[in-house]
Design a binder for this molecule. Structure first.
Ligand SMILES: [Zn+2]
Ligand SMILES: [Zn+2]
Length: 308
């Protein structure tokens, strides 16, 4: 299991990779383009190859791209649907240049057309995209909080999309976001309830198809259908469920990525030290033997006289 976080790139992805490595990340997620814009940036092969090489040198593996939020493959509006296909195709192509193994995207909204119509539309969009894009990049469907007409908040819906595309088993997988699970009403706060959720995943899409876990806490209530991410130790899900997820042997192959807001210090500058401890904390959830041991130099030295 490899652990890392989503990194802001500020148009300098190679620098973001180095920062991720310095924070202790073993994997990285970035946006390849503005997440709320249809227009992708101009081609920049040098920027892509430099990032791919830097990520390799920093041993960030896998590299994950998060596709723009505006993509809606579930839309019955042909203009939006075609634009979504074009932008998601571009993201997969860019993913190959950036050395990404996965592109994560939100399955979108049926906008009132109905769940079945929406799921079919998503599958039809994927069937257009995958034959035209590099085979080495997998497309992952991310679960949703289930607000309004959005698709993908239930494991059955995600599975239905996969089941419509059996010819692409090797190129399609699942990304689960813990804050989205919680928002959709999947209780992952205790050992027992989390094991039930995992079993539900195993019985539907199958845990082998889970490739990425977004490790986010939230302050919103279970089943609130709200999507707000909180840092570890600052939300209501808590660490018992996260520990259960990260220690399940069926998830050992999964890349774990936090998508939590970077803490700002009193001068409104990023407090990267805080994120370094967040990464260490997540690693300790996976492997408790990594729990911080007291810094030996801080332990007062007791003189022989005091002991005798
Ligand atoms: Zn997402
Ligand atoms: Zn997410």
């Amino acid at each position: 299991m490899r652990i890392g976080r989503h990194m802001p790139t500020n148009s300098k992805p190679a620098r973001a990779a180095q920062m991720a490595r310095d924070l202790g990340c073993e994997t990285i997620q970035i946006f390849a383009s503005n997440p709320t814009a249809w227009r992708p940036p101009a081609d920049d092969p040098a920027l892509c190859t430099t990032f791919a090489r830097t990520a390799r040198e920093c041993q960030l593996d896998p590299v994950v791209l998060h596709a723009p939020y505006i993509i809606n493959l579930g839309s019955t509006d042909d203009v939006i649907w075609e634009k979504s296909i074009a932008l998601l195709s571009w993201t997969l192509q860019r993913g190959a240049l950036l050395g990404a193994r996965y592109v994560v995207f939100h399955t979108g909204s049926h906008k009132g057309a109905g769940i079945e119509a929406g799921l079919l539309r998503v599958a039809q969009g994927i069937a257009r995209i995958l034959p035209e894009t590099p085979e080495e990049v997998m497309l992952l469907l991310e679960n949703d909080v289930g607000a309004g007409n959005t698709l993908g908040h239930s494991f059955e819906q995600l599975t239905a999309i996969l089941d419509m595309l059996p010819q692409y088993n090797d190129r399609l997988g699942i990304c689960l976001d813990t804050a989205h699970l919680w928002g959709a009403g999947h209780d992952i706060s205790t050992i027992e309830s989390t094991q039930q959720v995992l079993q539900h995943c195993e019985d539907t899409f199958g845990l082998q198809r889970l490739k990425v876990l977004h490790l986010n806490d939230t302050e919103k209530a279970l089943g609130s259908h709200r999507d707000v991410h909180a840092r570890l130790g600052e939300g209501v899900i808590g660490e018992e469920g996260f520990r259960t997820l990260l220690q399940d042997p069926r998830l050992e192959h999964v890349a774990v990525l936090m998508e939590t807001p970077i803490k700002l210090d009193d001068n409104k500058k990023e407090d990267w030290e805080h994120d370094r401890t967040q990464i260490a904390r997540a690693k300790a959830l996976h492997d408790p033997s990594l729990l911080a041991v007291p810094n030996v130099s801080n332990i007062p030295i007791i003189s022989q006289d005091a002991l005798s």
